[in-house]
Design a protein around this ligand. Structure first.
Ligand code: ZN
Length: 410
């Protein structure tokens, strides 16, 4: 009998997690979410975890950083994906075994045998958590869940378990006409859960659903790649509702039109891992771990593993909190630096970006560069019009930093 692929993805992920140092991991009285991205080579049969993230926290609007130092969203799914970006940057900067540079088209082509899969120990927050119970009226269901939520959020948890063990999304609806932001409407966009200061980060269901059309490589890396990178399958080691999951990832957009020859909505396999359970899974008696953990498959000297708290490196002294030293390798500022280094190695991308060859890359802002990734941005713009109308926008002053801003401040 063929092995359930979801089980082997879970197994690989737990093994990788266990191999990481104990520092920063949850204590016995804490829980977290673990997500990973697994690379599979169908030619050799090799599979390995290339990025992994743990975390449940997200910072509020008031804490956002204009220097690109802080990580706004530390949910496991997002950490794993940003770790994956570092992995891809590393691959493109070194002699890669998964990409081949194509001289004719001037972009990197991924080997056809290489595919990427996603694994997580919990249902992504937001739409995938919304389940309708046909035996109960919807209002009744909301009320019973609200009671539980009010108790559990006092420990600042994100998603909470309801008495019937379903994950309550906790994610908040967006829009002026919404009377109650916690109302459980199917198929809607939401910002991340959290108390008090509302976050500007979208729920993981919404982000996964965006990556399912635009790819997980993001605007910057898209410039270098022949094709966007999609997740072939989404695997979970927890009970979930298949209809809700499919709706959150792709069904809710199915009828809408999106014309692009590059970005094509996918229908990834959604699979349940049956054999493994995560020792730090969510438990009503435990508190959410305050830490974020992120690991990616890069050499030791590049620091593959980092621990965060409140979106910055753990253990940073107050004096250094506004300096570059406080930022994780996956922060906006450091990923901008990776992008600029890659351009230096491949100067013809300057022309592709509409930059002059002697343009000083250090002074170009994050926002300006993002806007130059035209094909991606045009597609994202039309998608926001037809699919993701209520996607939050970050104030422009938070994206106007460059590599020198940080030095100026400190
Ligand atoms: Zn989430």
């Amino acid at each position: 009998m063929q092995k359930n692929p979801a089980n082997s993805f879970a197994e690989l992920t737990f093994k990788k997690f266990n191999s990481l140092p104990k520092t920063g991991k949850p204590t016995k009285s804490e829980w977290t979410v673990l997500s990973s991205i697994i690379q599979v080579d169908s030619l050799t049969g090799d599979s390995k975890v290339v990025a992994l993230g743990c975390g449940t926290k997200c910072i509020g609007k008031s804490k956002l950083c204009p220097l690109g130092l802080i990580l706004n969203d530390s949910h496991a799914e997002v950490l794993a994906r940003r770790g994956f970006l570092r992995y891809i940057y590393h691959q493109l900067k070194t002699k890669s075994n998964i990409f081949i540079y194509d001289n004719d088209s001037g972009v990197f082509r991924r080997k056809e045998s290489i595919a990427f899969h996603f694994f997580s120990t919990q249902v992504p927050c937001g739409d995938a958590c919304i389940v309708t119970d046909p035996t109960k009226g919807e209002e009744e269901e909301i009320a019973s869940k609200r009671v539980k939520l009010d108790i559990v959020t006092s420990s600042d948890a994100g998603d909470v378990l309801t008495p019937d063990n379903k994950v309550f999304t906790g994610a908040k609806l967006i829009g002026e006409n919404t009377l109650d932001p916690m109302h459980q409407v199917q198929g809607s966009l939401r910002t991340k859960p959290g108390r008090g200061d509302r976050t500007l980060s979208m729920s993981c269901s919404d982000k996964l659903s965006k990556w399912n059309i635009l790819g997980i490589q993001g605007a910057f890396l898209d410039m270098f790649l022949e094709k966007p990178i999609y997740l072939e399958s989404l695997n979970f080691s927890c009970d979930f509702d298949m209809d809700s999951m499919k709706r959150a990832i792709y069904m809710r957009w199915k009828e809408r039109e999106h014309k692009s020859s590059r970005f094509i909505a996918q229908e990834p396999q959604i699979q349940l891992a049956t054999q493994c359970s995560f020792e730090f899974s969510q438990d009503a008696d435990k508190n959410a771990s305050p830490n974020g953990l992120v690991w990616c498959d890069v050499p030791e000297e590049k620091v593959p593993y980092e621990i965060s708290v409140n979106g910055k490196k753990q253990g940073i002294t107050k004096k250094l909190l506004q300096s570059k030293k406080s930022s994780l390798k996956i922060s906006k500022l450091n990923l901008l630096e990776e992008f600029l280094q890659l351009i230096k190695l491949n100067p013809h991308f300057k022309t592709k970006l509409g930059l002059k060859i002697d343009d000083e890359l250090k002074t170009i802002t994050y926002c300006e560069l993002k806007q130059k990734c035209q094909e991606y941005q045009n597609s994202w713009k039309t998608l926001k019009e037809s699919y993701f109308q209520q996607w939050t926008t970050k104030p422009e002053n938070l994206l106007s930093f460059n590599l020198l801003s940080c030095n100026k401040e400190s």
